[in-house]
Design a protein around this ligand. Structure first.
Ligand code: NAD
Length: 256
């Protein structure tokens, strides 16, 4: 049977990789995120060519009413949600005393609160079916901190707490809730923070890549989008039914 999958922030990077991996299984997909309309339509068509129905919803993850509408759309179009992947996220790098208040609010909303809003809307459907998978894309920064990333680290630690709480609430309803904690994946999110990190630390961009980014990762290699996607597929599988309320790190040894 085709599974119905919602992936937030799936027009780019990790979310797109996860959408591609589920499409490969022929899943029906709701994709979401920003970008030029023609590029999004190209992605939608590419995913749909794998056999499932693919719809795009433009919900802004800072807007609870739009998030609720997105989940209701998936339920009405597909008849239910089997897998919910909370992936949308942004970054901003600055010292706390210079951190723009609106950036703080935006990061807390997109990287943390949006998962509360999607879950709130999707859980009654999953409970009703006595099955479901919720996968939250946290980060190594859900487990450890780095300077100049106060909002991101706070939001990612918060999503770890939400993951555990939801797992306990849903444990007897056939629904698992887990987080994936990637280290550095070379996506637009990471590429964009290199100049700001360079500025905040007084380094060149090359030094940031070598001495800041890959310094954290014991393997000295970037994690790939495909590796994170494969982990999501595993957490959504039958084999992972007893894995709940926890996280899987894919961080090249960073948090060891
Ligand atoms: P990315 O910038 O490539 O993609 C982010 C996606 O989120 C895009 O589709 C974007 O349009 C969407 N998005 C941003 N703001 C949105 C909003 N307000 N409403 C709806 N969608 C919105 O970034 P990525 O690296 O693929 O990051 C995806 C997730 O993985 C994030 O939660 C990020 O924190 C997490 N993560 C990334 C890394 C990394 O190294 N890249 C490491 C650990 C965790």
């Amino acid at each position: 049977m085709k599974r119905n999958v919602v992936v937030t922030g799936s027009t780019s990077g990790i979310g797109l990789g996860i959408a591609r991996a589920f499409a490969q299984e022929g899943a029906n997909l709701l994709i979401n995120g920003f970008g030029p309309a023609d590029e999004i339509e190209k992605i939608r068509k590419e995913l749909e060519a794998k056999g499932g129905k693919v719809i795009y919803h433009a919900a802004d993850m800072t807007k609870p009413a739009e998030i609720t509408d997105m989940i209701e759309t998936a339920i009405s179009q597909f008849g239910g949600i089997d897998v919910l992947v909370n992936n949308a996220g942004i970054q901003h790098v600055a010292p706390i005393e210079e951190f723009p208040i609106e950036k703080w609010d935006q990061i807390i909303a997109i990287n943390m609160s949006s998962a509360f809003h999607t879950m709130r809307a999707a859980i009654p459907n999953m409970k009703g079916k006595k099955s479901g998978r919720i996968i939250n894309i946290a980060s190594a920064h859900g487990l450890v901190a780095s300077p100049f990333k106060s909002a991101y680290v706070t939001a990612k630690h918060g999503i770890m707490g939400l993951t555990k709480t939801a797992a306990l609430e849903l444990a007897e309803h056939g629904v698992t809730v887990n987080a994936i904690c990637p280290g550095y994946v070379l996506t637009p999110l990471v590429e964009k923070q290199i100049p700001d990190t360079a500025k905040a630390r007084g380094m060149t961009e090359e030094q940031v890549k070598k001495d800041v980014i890959l310094a954290s990762q014991a393997t000295k290699e970037f994690v790939t989008v495909e590796q994170v996607a494969a982990c999501a597929i595993y957490l959504a599988s039958e084999a992972a039914q007893q894995i709940t309320g926890t996280h899987i790190s894919i961080d090249g040894g960073w948090t060891a």
